[in-house]
Design a protein around this ligand. Sequence first.
Ligand code: 4AD
Ligand code: MG
Length: 461
Amino acid sequence: EVLVKDLFSDKHFAEDEIVTLHGWVKTVRGSKRVGFIELSDGSAMKHAQIVMMSDMDNYAEMTKLPISTTIKVTGTVAYTPDAKQPLEIHATAIEVEGASDNDYPLQKKKHSYEYLRTMAHLRPRTNTFYAVFRIRSLAAFAIHQYLQEHGFTYVNTPIITSSDSEGAGEMFRVTTLDMNNLPKNDEGKVDDHEDFFKKETNLTVSGQLPVEAFALALRNVYTFGPAFRAENSHTSRHASEFWMIEPEMAFADLDDIIVTSEELLKYVVSYLLDHAKDELDFLNGAVDENLLDRLHQTINEKFARITYTEAIEELEKAPVKFDVPVSWGLDLQAEHERYLCEQVYNRPTFITDYPKAIKAFYMRDNGDGKTVAAVDMLVPQIGELIGGSQREERQAQLAQKIKDYNLPPEEYEWYLELRKYGETPHSGFGIGFERLLMYVTGMENIRDVIPYPRTPGNAEF
Ligand code: 4AD
Ligand code: MG
């Protein structure tokens, strides 16, 4: 048996060699004398061209096959130097292995992404989603490969957790309690001690805090797992369930993570340019005609780098009017981020040293009373792709921060112990995997780069 990808590989087939393929009918057309089936079998972006002559036994029936019928094709290889595809299969026999109904919803015409979202179980059969999900897998592999080759150890942090890593209170509760009959304590509050874990538990928003513990033992580590956020953001770049890569490095400062994150992004893009050529060519044609240019530019240019304060100056003198005004102290909105990396720098851009009031408690104070050693990487089309920081490694300062942010001290005792037993400078960052995929595929909505999207009001399947 031969795979469609073999037909387009270095594997050599002799002219007239007999081959057998299994796959799905993508298109079919036929005249009195000759018919054509485009066959896909999942092994390649490309499809095999099957040619049938009218003297084939079941010719008439085969030219009327519904799209998506599962078939077995036996035929001979014929090279076609003058045609679009290098070779075709001249069928000697075609067998239906599984019938398909005539009302298959993905007929040849192009459907909107909104429509395709209503059928997450069928959309991988389209060329666009085939390409996106192949790239998703290859990008994950490239990330692991880069990190492993640079001495990072992969650590699995918990999905169910009793601490809020970001301290932002955007968590999904995990409970086995009967919601209609909640046990109450003396104060009339829900008694978490009656619950499965004997305390309040939630889905993780980030593996950062637990992976920091491992950085302080194994030096360079990373997580790569799902994160859950119950933020009620109805945007094209927020999902309630997304995947995050969080490298964490001991004996590293902000400059070190800036260098590492730039190298890592360039590595992933180069890897895809080498290993997902067909997929990227397709997306460049069908989704975003600037995709390949942008990706080549990404690997060839040094990223820009400015401070938050410089960013605000740049935004204040911008000739465009923003929906949300900016001034020093306010968080940047997507429109500001995109203006900076698209209009001003036209490349991925690092923004450093944000005001401490808008950033998480664990970030290291810069000592100016105003800013922390934070960094975001902004990229064209998306805005924030990466968020990271140097961590507050000084025990006294961290204890004070936990107080200042009104976090429950007993939940962060273990985190303080990481400092109590050896204050070690360390830094890390988090890459939103779906946002990375939006960047490398040109897809404009996060719902279209994750197999089964979860967003407010939507958890199909
Ligand atoms: O900036 P964030 O919130 O940072 C953290 O979680 C840190 N603990 C990371 C670290 O330093 N280890 O999230 C990191 C990235 C964002 O830059 C964004 O790309 C992505 O995760 N992200 C989301 N992606 C999709 N949907 C959401 N709701 C996201 N929230 C964050
Ligand atoms: Mg962030």
